[in-house]
Design a protein around this ligand. Structure first.
Ligand code: SPD
Length: 280
């Protein structure tokens, strides 16, 4: 039998290839191509417009990093907004924080939520938690209506192309700032420091126009370009390197596969080439 392989092509010279068992789902939604394939090495994988969004085996790196670092930089996060993130992995991690009363998921594409619930229950399984409010809407419009509403906002977007493009603008980030309560914090996925250096630099520059505190942090994500990823934390008042709630951090450590209190501090230590990109 012939082997079947799937390649996410990063550019004309490089890509990452997975041997696959088969395709479980493939549809063109109103916004993008939504696929789930089963890979030999990483289990089931969600692809949007052909780009790897998450896999059963390595999703924890990304979802723990986008959520626990900002969540534990806040002393008592009760109301949290996740932008994008229709696969549910970020929501699942946020719900592990004992102080959380409500998580709003604002995802533009309902097909991502439906497909994730059907094929990726270990990631999407907490979307039915009573504390979760799902809003299928363009977050650009949703954010315009929010005013001092959230303790934490997490921008779990796709890459800055296609439906996610408008989530990487100064206007959107200004509306995010206005949507945060006093001493609120936000974090956004900010692309690969290896493969998307230009994008990371642009995101960092835009965020610095809006927020006085902007700190990029980094961690591995094996199935993403360069196997290495960045997120950028922003706030008007908060230094994210210090954990603000030790008890919550200990609780999170019990569930986490990647996060621990030492990791929290270490992810803000940037190598020189990334310091150059984000000028921090
Ligand atoms: N190149 C892939 C970037 C994807 C970032 N978001 C992933 C969503 C996972 N919840």
């Amino acid at each position: 039998m012939t082997d079947i392989w799937y390649t996410e092509k990063y550019n004309n010279n490089l890509g990452l290839t997975f041997k696959i068992k088969g395709t479980l789902h493939c549809e063109q939604s109103d916004f993008q191509k939504v696929e789930v394939i089963e890979t030999e090495a990483y289990g089931k994988m969600l692809l949007l417009d052909g780009l790897v969004m998450t896999t059963e085996k390595d999703e924890f790196f990304y979802h723990e990093m986008i959520s626990h670092i900002p969540m534990l930089s806040h002393p008592n996060p009760e109301r949290v907004l996740v932008v994008g993130g229709g696969d549910g992995g970020t929501v699942r991690e946020v719900l592990n924080h004992p102080s959380v009363k409500e998580v709003v998921l604002c995802e533009i594409d309902g097909a991502v939520i439906d497909v994730s619930k059907k094929y990726l229950p270990s990631i999407a399984g907490k979307l039915d938690d009573p504390r979760v409010k799902i809003n299928v809407e363009d977050a650009i419009e949703y954010m315009k209506r929010q005013n001092k509403s959230f303790d934490v906002i997490l921008i779990d977007s796709t890459d800055p192309m296609g439906p996610g493009e408008g989530l990487f603008t100064e206007d959107f980030y200004t509306n995010v700032k206005n949507a945060l309560k006093e001493n609120g914090v936000m974090a956004a996925q900010s692309e690969s420091p290896i493969m998307n250096q230009k994008e990371l630099g642009l995101i960092s520059n835009l965020l610095k126009k809006v927020f006085p505190i902007v700190k990029t942090y980094i961690a591995p994500v094996p199935t993403y370009p360069g196997s290495f990823w960045s997120w950028t934390f922003c706030s008007e008042t908060v230094n994210p390197v210090e954990i603000k709630n030790e008890k919550a951090a200990e609780e999170i450590e019990k569930h986490a596969k990647f996060y621990n209190k030492d990791i929290h501090k270490s992810v803000f230590v940037l190598p020189n080439f990334i310091k150059d990109i984000v000028k921090q």
